[in-house]
Design a binder for this molecule. Structure first.
Ligand SMILES: [Zn+2]
Length: 96
């Protein structure tokens, strides 16, 4: 069971896993909670967490209000998958 906190901008989000969840992941800003469906495959778990992190970053910057939802979702998928791949394939980047 994954239960962690992650600080994004000025907000300390809780990450919680739950059974019987309709989405793979979801972020709720008002309660500062990122919910993950229990049992996600590790690669999909990583990209799902990053997807919600990217949502939080763009929301806090006000970018979410400027772009259509469909475009935002595509951007979050692009960024989250790219971040997971770059971090995994280039561990040295964490020390820059
Ligand atoms: Zn999304």
């Amino acid at each position: 069971m994954l239960t962690e906190n992650i600080k994004i901008g000025h907000v300390n989000f809780s990450i919680k896993e739950t059974e019987n969840f309709d989405h793979s992941a979801q972020i709720v800003y008002e309660t500062a909670v990122i919910t993950l469906k229990a049992g996600l495959q590790q690669d999909f778990l990583a990209s799902s967490v990053w997807h919600e992190v990217c949502h939080a970053i763009t929301s806090q910057a006000g970018i979410s209000k400027m772009i259509p939802e469909e475009l935002e979702e595509s951007l979050m998928e692009c960024l989250s998958n790219g971040i997971v791949q770059v971090l995994r394939d280039n561990p040295m980047i964490r020390n820059l």
